[in-house]
Design a protein around this ligand. Structure first.
Ligand code: GLC
Length: 477
């Protein structure tokens, strides 16, 4: 089997969220089980080509977008143990700018639809020219949602799988924008109830198989919870070809025994290093330096659905309970403002780093005691998995992938604290339960060890993807 894995972001080259981590680690995990797997992604201006040894392949060409002819170049980095071979599509106008999807102030680029139309048309051009000859095209999220239709329109024998990482982002485009696309694809598009098109729904309709990143989220999507009626119809129609496979993590990169970002390493048997990391984290973030009070970490895009409305309402009460907080992330300016204000009200108790910084993220995972992730919904979630591996106990809402990966604490079992329903009261109850266990030192150490013993490496999930790939290969043309 020859697989081409398409993603708008890929760790370590470009990242805004979990999609990048999956695109950076799943293909490498699959590489030993398929004949060939390549990743393809845009060459954004911010990618340091020297640092990542990205070189020109000498391949170039052009595609038509409406009446315009636009040139592209192709670059690549070689496969390593932890990274599949990656191809990068270059174009000055669309990709050579700061930011992946947005301006520094968070506003989306006005030409995002054209940018990803172009990206997908270049992939089709490379297939047409047989410069890439995959059996299976693995598409991810709306940025590659038009590829299944484009492949069908060209009567190629390539099979397509479409993975939904987050149903919130549709990649809507207008009928005017649709006219930029090849006529054969235009004829296949379905108008939404908003009189526009959805690249996400096109991907779901067009692909041979569809999956999302946990069985729990797959169930929620099929049941239509929190989803508009129009989209739900598409999901229901896709049910026979719909699957849920929980994400794995890169267990070399996220490894408390070897983490290159953290000053002190530790194991489940000797947790001394974790305490030293906590001291370092408190020092770096300017929080009060006493090591006994529990420290709660949060690494998240600042968006409503990650649970910030609950967090903001509860913060004062939680500080009063004796907790300290470190928040890392950027996004919604209003949420950022509220976190800054909370930090001013509680100096030494709440720290807020408004950025995305890999080093700080690793230090939070390795130095905090608890990890707060009260997402309203969560397709899979990766930070709770990193947290488990680092013995940083997750407090999560019982939804989607969070419910599939964290087991609620009891004295004999469990790896974290779950709450339900999605209310301030239920979250507060979960935090109070966590604090009670934290105070009972031996129980807490036991809980940390249990969390650290969980296996979320890609092995099992990669096997499930291979099963889907095999199933696709056997499907009639
Ligand atoms: C998206 C989802 C997240 C998931 C990630 C990778 O970011 O919001 O839940 O873990 O994609 O699949």
């Amino acid at each position: 089997m020859d697989i081409l894995f398409v993603s708008a972001e890929v760790t370590p080259f470009s990242k805004t969220g979990g999609l990048a981590d999956v695109a950076g680690s799943l293909p490498a995990a699959l590489s030993s089980q398929v004949a060939s797997i390549r990743v393809i992604t845009p060459l954004y201006g911010q990618i340091d080509q020297k640092q990542h040894s990205i070189n020109s392949t000498g391949i170039s060409g052009s595609v038509s977008l409406g009446s315009e002819t636009l040139a592209y170049t192709v670059h690549k980095s070689v496969a390593t143990k932890g990274q599949a071979e990656t191809w990068f599509i270059g174009n000055e106008r669309f990709f050579k700018r700061d930011g992946i999807y947005t301006l520094p102030n968070g506003a989306g680029f006005a030409d995002n639809n054209q940018r990803f139309f172009f990206f997908q048309l270049v992939i089709i051009d490379l297939l047409d020219k047989q410069l890439l000859t995959p059996d299976i095209l693995h598409c991810n999220d709306h940025h590659s949602g038009l590829l299944p239709g484009l492949v069908k329109g060209s009567a190629r024998s390539i099979k397509t799988i479409f993975t939904i990482h987050n149903f919130l982002y549709h990649g809507h485009f207008s009928p005017d924008e649709a006219e930029l696309l090849p006529p054969v694809l235009q004829n296949m598009l379905t108008l939404t109830q908003w009189e526009n098109y959805s690249a996400l729904l096109e991907g779901i309709d067009g692909a041979d198989l569809v999956n999302t990143v946990s069985p729990g989220y797959a169930r929620e999507l099929i049941n239509g919870s929190g989803i508009d009626e129009h989209s739900h119809q598409h999901l229901r129609m896709a049910e026979p070809k719909f699957h849920g496979i929980v994400n794995g993590i890169d267990t070399d990169y996220w490894n408390p025994e070897r983490d290159s970002y953290t000053p002190f390493h530790y194991t489940a048997l000797d947790l001394t290093g974790k305490r030293l990391n906590k001291r370092e984290l408190l020092r770096q973030t300017g929080l009060d330096d006493d090591l006994e009070t529990p420290l709660m970490g949060s690494i998240s895009r600042l968006v409503e659905n990650k649970g910030f409305p609950l967090i903001i309402k509860l913060l004062d009460d939680l500080v009063a309970l004796g907790l300290k907080f470190i928040f890392l992330g950027s996004g919604d300016p209003q949420i950022a403002q509220q976190l800054r204000e909370a930090g001013k009200r509680h100096p030494g108790r709440i720290a807020f780093d408004e950025s995305y910084n890999e080093a700080v993220a690793h230090l939070i995972e390795s130095g905090a005691d608890m990890f707060l992730m009260p997402s309203r919904f969560e397709p899979c979630g990766l930070n709770q998995l990193y947290s488990l591996r680092y013995g940083t106990i997750p407090i999560v809402h019982l939804t989607g992938g969070l419910g599939d990966t964290v087991v609620d604490w009891s004295s004999e079992q469990g790896t974290g604290f779950l709450f339900e329903p999605y209310t301030v009261k239920a979250l507060l109850r979960a935090v109070k339960r966590a604090l009670t266990v934290y105070q009972a030192k031996s129980q807490w150490s036991e809980l940390m060890r249990r969390a650290m013993a969980q296996d979320f490496s890609w092995d099992r999930s990669a096997r499930q993807y291979i099963e889907l790939y095999k199933k696709m290969k056997e499907m009639p043309q």
